[in-house]
Design a protein around this ligand. Structure first.
Ligand SMILES: *Cc1c(COP(=O)(O)O)cnc(C)c1O
Length: 433
């Protein structure tokens, strides 16, 4: 039986899908924090190049992918769609479990899908240096690689807890030529202020974003790049879902449920938005499920309101589900999911009940991750393992009902750089904060 579905390189999508074109109601615009008026082009181009700001605000349904970006995508795209037959057998379920394997990129996750176009657009806009933040190191390493492809300098503020827990990610960023600081750092005024108040501060994505933005506005020829949350980042990730639609066709099935883990929402958007489009415009009835960690659960426990994207209140205000920009998430092993807010697009869909959300504690997540690794062979990233947990629970629900259910989830990355987390789980030292 065929269990891996691949596409030729000629089927790398030619366009990104922009869900703004199909939203049931218009989205609330980002606001200038001082005036509370919609953020102007000028506000945004302080930190982003104009070509990316235009994309951020676009409501065009399909946006052409530049040839240079498709050429770089061809290094690892189209990614395979795999049916986890052994996992189905292990669970003894009538469900069919498919996953999209984004862990095959050079950086090991979906993040290069946006790092490459962001570096490209900055290059053609004349940017010389990009500053960014990274949680677990996945985004920082992806951007480091993409910057090298297009001849840009790259500086990364890495959340301290990951910097210390996951040293290989830093080495990878250094190998791709980036400069890496542990955040909070002594390199920015904001970092120094946090360290003065709490020298042991574990850091957060909100703090690291503030540091990267401060670096951007105080350095020449420098722009800022964000690895999730914003419309253009979610847009770039839609290559995942578009390929998945074609590959499910090859498999001769259509998913009853599509699942992705959510930190800022980008890999989930990537797999989900093209299926949301099918629900909205072609009468499909697929359930779309976002999975978050229970200790940083912005959709299931947050409020839908305007909030800052960072701790120091430097970003525009965005309308989103948020735990508050001062929220300090406990240091769980899925560092990439420790973000206080949720992409405005994902938040908007959730508000309109077009998607669902569930939250899991990390011990239940690692239990599923090990089960998946032993059945399928691939060691999932701790972030992706949230989606694995939800997929297994869907398969078990199908078993209880005695009915077939076609499940598709996004394996956003492999976990080969996250082995200390597995070691903690396997030795019984991992708990639920
Ligand atoms: C960064 C990351 C995530 C979380 O970020 P999103 O923007 O929500 O996708 C999930 N999985 C992996 C492997 C990551 O690196």
């Amino acid at each position: 039986m065929q269990s891996t579905f691949t596409l030729p390189q000629s089927e790398i999508p030619t366009h990104w899908y922009n869900i703004l074109a199909d939203m049931p109601t218009p989205m609330d615009p980002p606001l200038h924090p001082g005036t509370k008026q919609p953020a102007s082009l000028e506000d945004m181009t302080r930190i982003f190049p104009e070509n990316i700001v235009m994309q951020e605000m676009s409501t065009e349904r399909y946006i052409a992918i530049p040839d240079e970006v498709r050429d770089a995508y061809a290094l690892w795209r189209p990614t395979p769609l795999i049916r986890a037959v052994r996992l189905e057998k292990l669970l003894d379920t009538p469900a069919h479990i498919y996953f999209k394997h984004e862990g095959v990129s050079p950086a090991g996750s979906h993040k290069p899908n946006s790092a490459v176009p962001q570096a490209y657009y900055n290059k053609i806009a004349g940017t010389k240096r990009l500053a960014t933040e990274t949680g677990a190191g996945q985004w920082g390493s992806s951007l480091a690689m993409a910057c090298k492809f297009f001849g840009l300098e790259c500086v990364v503020y890495q959340v301290r807890v990951s910097y210390e827990q996951k040293p290989y990610r830093k080495m990878l960023m250094n190998t791709w030529g980036a400069t890496v600081y542990s955040s909070p750092s002594k390199n920015t005024a904001f970092g120094r202020k946090i360290l003065a108040e709490d020298p042991k501060c574990a850091g957060s994505l909100g703090i690291a974003i503030s540091e990267a933005i401060e670096d951007t506005v105080s350095s020449p020829n420098t722009k800022y790049a964000l690895g999730s949350v914003l419309n253009h980042v979610c847009l770039h990730q839609t290559v995942i879902g578009q390929e998945s639609l074609r590959q499910m066709e090859l498999a001769g099935e259509y998913p009853d449920v599509v699942i992705g883990c959510v930190g800022g929402g980008s890999n989930f958007s990537g797999i989900a938005f093209p299926f949301v489009r099918e629900n909205l415009t072609h009468g499909k009835k697929t359930r779309i499920v976002a999975v978050e960690p229970s200790v940083c659960a912005s959709l299931t426990q947050g409020e839908n309101r305007y909030d800052f994207g960072d701790t120091a209140e430097m970003t525009p205000l965005m309308k989103m589900f948020t735990l508050g920009h001062k929220f300090m998430p406990p240091s769980i092993h899925a560092g990439g999911l420790r973000y206080h807010g949720m992409a405005p697009t994902v938040s908007h869909l959730y508000k309109h009940k077009l998607i669902e959300a569930v939250a899991y504690p990390q011990t239940a997540v690692f239990e599923a991750a090990v089960q998946f690794a032993q059945a399928v062979g691939i060691v999932p990233a701790p972030e992706s393992s949230h989606a694995v947990r939800a997929a297994i629970d869907e398969a078990l629900a199908a078993k209880r009902e005695g009915k077939k259910r076609v499940i598709l989830f996004n394996l956003s990355g492999h976990g080969l750089m996250d082995m200390p987390s597995y070691e903690a789980y396997l030795s019984g030292h991992l708990n639920d904060p």
